[in-house]
Design a protein around this ligand. Structure first.
Ligand SMILES: [Zn+2]
Length: 689
């Protein structure tokens, strides 16, 4: 009874949702009768941070991109393709679901999870019998965020041992050749079946460090070097497809998730602004039935990709999709049906405390909703340098209304809460006392300064990040101290400063920075986690726990803080609290090495050495570069009377231990190693006598 009632409610909800997400332009001939393509595979290639104008086929001569150029020459190239969000996770969610962020719910980086009711290309093709797999190049697309839904295989293992917190704005990634290799290994096993394969290359993303020979060849333009390297990877992938005899049976779709500022409008990377430097992306379709050498000059959107692929395959389109199929443009060169393109970025608000931005782009205009609105006219002003909002008031008003048709009423501007993990895990976390989300809610009401009035701050932040990326912490500090006074509500500035002082070992200054962030209401979970770390080092565990608990409540997905909190609980003799925190970590990542290390310590406290050993081994298996489990395994082996094993583990510890972090332990381990060595020598001597 209950079940059927809730099923009915769900149906009603879906119908309502279906209405509200109706596409804004729907004159597409989607009912055209077509025979489903029974024997075609789909290969989706997304290249992160790839500006359209860095490709030869989009007019750039100085960077060698022969493979993508050849793909375009043999297929259909969209000259004006636009990303919905200039950020990796939200943009990929739009590509895979054909919906805007209001529908797929991945509104920003970190903590926003794909709505599990929205169909994705993977769920739709998987249901149709395709073998599905994805291989991604960055932790930004980790399965936590739900983009793995529908993929039977989701390769998101990042290089073990890479410290994701090492540099500001830098996350764990794997090079393109590793991604290609993983994809090809999978293809070897699955090539006999019909497949949908998504391959994501992260290489052009900051920091720019192309491998040789690209590093030398593009010394003056390392970003261009990364683009050329990514192109070479695309070449390897397509060549292997050809060798498998699959090229003529595979639809290849290649696009970027967003571009890169490279200094345009005062932005060096991406995410803050909605200018074409970061939203104009390449988009190419090639494969069976796709004519060669066609260019579509009208504007299209990344939300059109999914409806195009399902239309091409003759599958029913997703009831949630807001994009329209580009198949008539591809096959017959007809103008695309969807002429309005919505864009947004919440990143200036979530990271800097500035106003978030929304925009509407057409073939002729771009309008940006900001504290000081902007209007640019195409094609006369492709560089978007002359704000015409005062001159074309009627057009500005029409586009402004269009923005709010997609974004929701401007009266309803409100808060969005990141959903930390998917439904089931969230319930498990709630049960463990982590309600999460609410405290991190972001007010998206256009409050805060206009980002374009803060380009000087943005420039200083970029310079500071550059210095920090080269371990020049002392050089970054004065820059950051200065702008923290000019823009005191900016959480990112305090976050960078906190990191600098931590790296410089200046705990007093680090503490002052965290407290200033709190005073200015610019704190986040990292602020409290940082304060917790300071008090751990000062030996005041009770105070440390207070701060770390606060960080955990704001963001239970901050797993390093959770590990530290568990360790502190354990040292305070609060074993049950420690275990509760560690369970919350494992709900989110069953293989989390830090959690297994602390669980091992707990088992030692409980005098269960075998269980302890298993946890330490699991920790090393997940991350062979993690130092601490080696030391713990060494201790266990020493206690068990296995000096050789213990010595090997101690040596591994000394090989991996950060001299600063393990300042207190390194001499002790060295001492233990010496003693074992001496004992061993004496034993051998006795034996020989
Ligand atoms: Zn990206």
């Amino acid at each position: 009874m209950h079940r059927s009632l809730s099923a009915l409610c769900l149906t009603v909800l879906l119908l309502v949702a279906g209405c509200s997400t109706k596409r804004e332009s729907g004159s597409n001939e989607k009912t055209r009768p077509r025979t489903p393509r029974q024997d075609v595979n789909v290969l989706l290639i997304t290249i992160d941070t790839l500006r359209a104008d860095y490709l030869g086929c989009y007019g750039r001569a100085s960077i060698a991109t022969p493979n993508i150029d050849a793909l375009a020459a043999g297929g259909v190239r969209f000259a004006q393709a636009i990303a919905q969000v200039p950020l990796t996770a939200p943009s990929h969610a739009s590509i895979l679901t054909g919906t805007y962020p209001q529908v797929h719910k991945v509104r920003d980086m970190g903590g926003f999870v794909l709505d599990d009711k929205v169909p994705t290309l993977a769920t739709v093709l998987g249901q149709d019998g395709f073998e599905t797999a994805a291989f991604v190049g960055s932790a930004v697309l980790n399965h936590y965020y739900g983009l793995n839904r529908g993929f039977a295989t989701y390769g998101d293992e990042m290089r073990a041992g890479q410290d994701p917190k090492k540099l500001p704005g830098v996350v764990a990634e794997v090079r393109g050749e590793v991604v290609t290799q993983r994809a090809l290994q999978w293809l070897d096993k699955s090539a006999s079946k019909r497949f949908f394969l998504w391959v994501h290359y992260y290489d052009p993303h900051f920091p720019y460090d192309p491998p040789e020979p690209f590093r030398t060849r593009y010394q003056k333009d390392p970003y261009g070097g990364e683009v050329a390297y990514a192109d070479a990877q695309v070449g390897n992938l397509l060549k292997s497809l050809e060798e498998h005899g699959l090229r003529e049976r595979t639809l290849v779709v290649l696009l970027a998730d967003h571009g890169e500022g490279l200094g345009d409008h005062g932005e060096y990377t991406h995410g803050v602004f909605l200018y074409d430097s970061t939203v104009h992306i390449p988009l190419i379709f090639a494969g069976p039935g796709v004519p060669g050498g066609r260019t579509v000059s009208q504007q299209v959107r990344s939300i059109d990709v999914m409806p195009t692929v399902t239309d091409y395959l003759g599958l029913a389109e997703s009831d949630k999709a807001q994009g329209t199929s580009l198949l008539p443009s591809i096959l017959e060169g007809k103008p695309p049906a969807g002429s309005y393109c919505y864009m947004e970025t919440l990143y200036p608000k979530t990271q800097m405390g500035w106003s978030e931005l929304r925009g509407m782009r057409t073939d002729d205009w771009k309008y940006i909703v900001a504290p000081r609105p902007e209007l640019y006219k195409y094609p006369d002003d492709r560089g978007e340098s002359r704000n015409e909002v005062g001159r074309f008031r009627g057009d500005a008003e029409r586009l402004r209304k269009k923005v709010w048709e997609i974004a929701g009423s401007s009266q309803s501007l409100t808060r969005v809460s990141p959903q930390l993990v998917d439904e089931q895990r969230r319930r498990e976390l709630n049960a463990l006392g982590y309600v999460g989300g609410g405290r991190r809610a972001v007010t998206i009401d256009m409050s805060g300064p206009d980002p374009k009035d803060r380009v000087a701050i943005l420039g200083a932040l970029e310079r500071a990040a550059g210095a920090m990326n080269h371990d020049r912490w002392n050089e970054a500090v004065p820059l950051l101290e200065k702008i923290s006074k000019e823009d005191p509500g900016n959480p990112l500035i305090y976050g960078y400063l906190q990191m600098c002082y931590e790296r410089l070992g200046q705990l007093e200054r680090m503490e002052q920075t965290c407290l200033r962030a709190i005073d200015n209401k610019a704190e986040n979970d990292t602020t409290y986690a940082g304060l917790g770390g300071i008090y751990v080092r000062r030996g005041n565990l009770a105070r440390a726990v207070e701060y770390m608990e606060k960080a955990a409540q704001i963001n239970p997905a901050g797993l390093e803080n959770m590990d530290n909190l568990a360790t502190a609980y354990m040292q305070l003799g609060r074993a049950n609290d420690a275990e509760r925190v560690l369970r919350a970590v494992l709900v989110q990542d069953a293989r989390h090495p830090g959690a297994h290390n602390v669980l091992g310590l707990l088992e030692i406290q409980r005098s269960r050495p075998e269980e302890a050993r298993r946890h330490f081994e699991l920790a090393i298996e997940s991350n062979p570069a993690l130092a601490e489990p080696y030391m713990n395994l060494g201790l266990l082996a020493q206690n068990a009377g296995q000096p050789q094993v213990a010595m090997n583990y101690y040596r591994e510890f000394l090989k991996h231990a950060d001299p600063d972090k393990y300042r207190d332990y390194i001499p002790k381990v060295k001492e233990a190693l010496e003693e074992l060595l001496t004992a061993e020598t004496q034993r051998t001597q006795r034996k020989n006598q």
